[in-house]
Structures are given as structure tokens and as C-alpha cells.
Design a protein around this ligand. Structure first.
Ligand code: ATP
Ligand code: MG
Length: 458
């Protein structure tokens, strides 16, 4: 098993060890809710409350300084220090200073020193090995074109390759768009095969790093249950497959694009009535997904159990698709659990949905602190954040280029919605502001509670 261990060599946590065996993140600082929390006292006053972030995908580990006042040192060299009195422009250039750590590296904040050990199980030796010796497994693979990949699979499917049966007989008509993990195509049935849907969206996802069948299985296992989501406000997933490290999903085609595109088309904001209509539909979809019965869940060890509810974990305007049903706009949530499952399975590297490049604009602080936080309330918060964006054109928190967005999410309160637009009715604004409370906890625990309060004020 690939493993990253941090041993504290000096400081108040001295001799403690932290071991990471799966994809995760870790915030270090003086705040109580940090993953590694240092005492909030005079002796640690040179450490910021949220000082730095570790982005871990064993055996990879990267450290990112949050623009802390006193900086983080790697092997004696300061990374990302922002000097007192630095002007904004200069600070901008120092944004997101990251450093890839390797076996034997030491990093230091205040007087706390951490030693990094990396264990890569692909090496024969079980002793600690140097990161420089393991380039093939951990380096990003050169980016293949998803269109080439899917065309190849469609060709194989036509030769009756078993696990490609459900894409047999389709042809790619056009690209619908690209995302950070792949692309989505419009596909049309061109033969007289038994496929039920003449026109579908075919989503193709490609791992960003060299990956193994175990992580492919983990991803498929996590996403399979989305096929149970039969609801008018959720994009229907017909089939899911993986072949040759290419994941493919066949889904409903939503011809009217997504909410992010609609916001742009409408000049940056949507009229209140339309935003409310979309929000209500999204909450209906969430309520269904969060309470859906999942008869069989296959656990990592192969055991089976049952469960209730699926959480999206990456709800945002770009993942709310639109379609016209008898001339009436219908919102449908897309990509249930996909981005996060991809990341959790270690397939995104640190560059795609990985925390380094991902955007926390629609995430409550709980998701930033706890990589695996997956309660339904994160989707409810994200639905409120999406509404906020639709109505005001802004994110709930004020993000500036000069500061790390992850730090802003951790430290900055949400701006009350009427500060952007005083024409929003007070009673409605109160419910939205309430829905965006995430400290100490998220206010609405379920989509139905949020919906009930909304229905009293609209
Ligand atoms: N079922 C669908 N019907 C029509 N268009 C779709 C469908 N699913 C996705 N698209 C479009 O395909 C494009 C790419 O989507 P994708 O989900 O890959 O990325 P994203 O959600 O925009 O971003 P990311 O995945 O990086 O967060 C988007 O423009 C999206 O609107
Ligand atoms: Mg998407």
C-alpha cells in the first residue's frame, strides 16, 4: 500500500506520527478544526490559524502555504512567504505557493518540524525509498484525447466486445463540452441495434495519473448507484463502464445547456423568479437523491450492505443541466458524486479536481477541512450558493486574487445576499442567508427543511 508518513521531529507535537494511506487533504495550523492542530498560545504565535495545506495522493504529497505571515520552510528554504506590508500585486505573484515533497524532506512552521517518509509499494524493497526513483507510477501521464479514446471504444463495441455492449451502435455527433476530467459528447444510435435511446450524452472520463484496476473498481463501485436516481430533476444515467482506463457514462441528453451557461447568456445574473424555480427543482432532485434506498452497496472489502441516500458533493451551476419539456424549462442535476469519487479514488492526481486546482466557491467550509465530508447538507449548502450566484452574479464569499480561495473559504464569512441586491425581499434573503451558515455547522440538514422555509416566503 502506498503510504505517506509525517513524523514530528521538533515542537509541541514532537514524536507524533501521522500516516496517510489514501487520497486526502490535511490543514495544519493553530485553529481547533485543523486536521493537525497546534496549540493556540504565545509559543506558537508565528504559526497562522490556518497555516498550510497538504494535498496527499500517496505516494504523492504536496504542501501549499496559505500565504501565512511567517511562511513555511521546506528543507530550510521558505516557500510562499508574504512579507508584512507587501502590496497586493506582489502578493498576487506569490499566490498558491506549492511544493512537491519527497521522501526525506523536512518542513517547518514555527518551531514545529515534520519529516516526510514516502513508501511506494510498487518498489520491491519495503524500506523507505527515494521519490526520485519512482517516476513512472506517480508522474502525470501525457494527456490523451477523450475523443480518440471513445472512438476507439465505439469501434471495439461494434466488434461485439462484451463490456462495451451498451455503447454499441452509437456514433459521436459532436462535442458538448470539455470538463476537467474529460469531455461529454452527443451520441446518436446509427444502427438498428436494440439500444433504447436514440440520442444520448456520452461522458468520457480519463484518469489524470497512471492508475490501476483497483482504483478503477473503486470509482465504478462509487458511481454505479447513481443509476438508481430516477427523478425528473436528475439527469438519468443509463449505463456506466470502464475499458482500457477510460470511463464512460451514457445519460440523458439535455439540449438547453447548463445553468452556468444560462447565467452568462443572461448577462451575469438571472431574474429572481427563474432562479427560484431552478432552486426549487434542484432541491426536489436533492431530496430524492438524499433519501433514495440503495438495496446493495458493495464495500471495499467486497462485502455487501444496503444504504440510504446519495450525496453529490460537487453541486454548482455547471452541473445543473437544462432541458425543455413541453416548452417549460426543467432543471436536472448532473454528475452525482462523480468528481469527488474520481478524486477519492486517486484518479484526478493533484491537478484536476484535486484541491490544488479545484475551486471551493460552492463548498461549505466543512468540505475544505474534511476531505471525506459527505453529508447531504453539503449539497443543500451548495444549492443555496448556486442560487446566490444566479441572483447576484457573485459567490457567497468574496474571493480575491490576492488570497488563497481555500483559506478564504475557511476564514471568511458569507456576505449577506442583500448587500449585493437590496431589492431581494427581506424574508427570502433571511432564508438564503440562513442556508449559507456553515459555522459551527451547516444550518439546513436536509433539502426538505430548506424547501419548507422557502415556501413560506415565496
Ligand atoms: N447530459 C448532458 N447533456 C448535455 N450537455 C451536457 C450533459 N452533461 C454534460 N454536458 C455538457 O458538457 C460539458 C462538459 O461537462 P463536464 O461535466 O465534463 O464538465 P463540467 O461539469 O463543466 O466541469 P468539471 O467536470 O470540470 O467540473 C458542459 O458544458 C456540460 O454542460
Ligand atoms: Mg459536470
Amino acid at each position: 500500500m502506498n503510504k505517506v508518513t509525517l513524523k514530528v521531529l521538533h515542537g509541541s507535537l514532537s514524536t507524533k506520527e501521522f500516516t496517510f494511506q489514501e487520497r486526502t487533504t490535511c490543514v495544519i495550523g493553530r485553529a481547533l478544526d485543523c486536521n493537525i492542530s497546534l496549540p493556540d498560545d504565545q509559543a506558537h504565535s508565528t504559526i497562522s490559524r490556518y497555516h498550510c495545506l497538504l494535498d496527499i495522493n500517496p505516494p504523492d504529497i504536496c504542501i501549499r502555504d496559505f500565504g501565512s505571515l511567517n511562511g513555511t520552510y521546506v528543507n530550510g528554504e521558505k516557500i510562499g512567504q508574504r512579507g508584512t506590508g507587501t502590496d497586493l500585486d506582489k502578493a498576487k505573484r506569490l499566490i498558491y505557493p506549492e511544493y512537491d515533497l519527497k521522501n526525506g524532506d523536512q518542513f517547518k512552521l514555527g518551531d514545529s518540524v515534520f519529516q516526510v517518509s514516502v513508501l511506494n509499494d510498487s518498489e520491491e524493497s519495503s524500506s523507505l525509498i527515494s521519490r526520485e526513483n519512482i517516476p513512472l507510477l506517480t508522474m502525470p501521464v501525457s494527456e490523451p484525447d477523450p475523443l480518440d479514446k471513445i472512438n476507439l471504444l465505439l469501434e471495439k463495441a461494434s466488434e461485439n466486445n462484451g463490456d462495451l455492449f451498451f455503447i454499441k451502435g452509437y456514433n459521436i455527433v459532436k462535442e458538448l463540452g470539455k470538463g476537467s476530467m474529460g469531455a461529454v459528447y452527443l451520441a446518436q444510435k446509427t444502427d438498428n441495434s436494440t439500444q433504447k435511446h436514440p440520442l444520448i450524452a456520452m461522458k468520457v472520463m480519463l484518469p489524470k495519473v497512471e492508475s490501476d484496476p483497483r482504483s478503477h473498481r473503486q470509482f465504478i463501485r462509487e458511481t454505479k448507484n447513481t443509476q438508481l436516481l430516477n427523478h425528473k430533476n436528475i439527469v438519468k444515467v443509463y449505463d456506466i463502464g470502464c475499458h482500457d482506463a477510460t470511463f464512460f457514462f451514457t445519460t440523458d441528453y439535455c439540449e438547453a445547456g447548463n445553468v452556468s451557461q444560462l447565467i452568462s447568456q443572461q448577462g451575469g445574473k438571472l431574474p429572481l423568479y427563474l432562479a427560484l424555480k431552478i432552486l426549487m427543482q434542484v432541491l426536489d432532485g436533492l431530496e430524492f437523491a438524499h433519501t433514495v434506498k440503495i438495496p446493495v452497496v458493495v464495500l471495499a472489502d467486497g462485502k455487501k450492505t444496503s444504504a440510504v441516500g446519495l450525496v453529490h458533493r460537487d453541486l454548482k451551476p455547471g452541473n445543473i443541466m437544462l432541458t425543455n419539456v413541453d416548452g417549460i424549462l426543467q432543471a436536472k442535476i448532473a454528475d452525482f458524486g462523480l468528481a469527488k469519487a474520481f478524486d477519492v479514488a486517486g484518479l484526478s492526481g493533484r491537478t484536476a479536481t484535486g484541491i490544488s486546482a479545484g475551486t471551493p466557491y460552492y463548498m461549505p467550509r466543512q468540505q475544505v477541512i474534511n476531505f471525506k465530508f459527505a453529508k447531504p447538507e453539503v449539497d443543500v449548502w451548495a444549492a443555496a450558493a448556486t442560487f446566490y450566484k444566479m441572483v447576484t452574479g457573485c459567490y457567497p464569499r468574496k474571493y480575491t486574487k490576492a488570497s488563497d480561495p481555500w483559506l478564504i473559504t475557511l476564514k471568511t464569512p458569507v456576505t449577506p445576499i442583500r448587500e449585493h441586491d437590496a431589492s431581494i425581499p427581506q424574508a427570502l434573503a433571511k432564508v438564503i442567508d440562513q442556508a449559507l451558515v456553515d459555522q459551527p455547522e451547516i444550518f439546513y440538514k436536509s433539502a426538505s427543511e430548506f424547501k419548507d422555509d422557502l415556501s413560506k416566503v415565496v
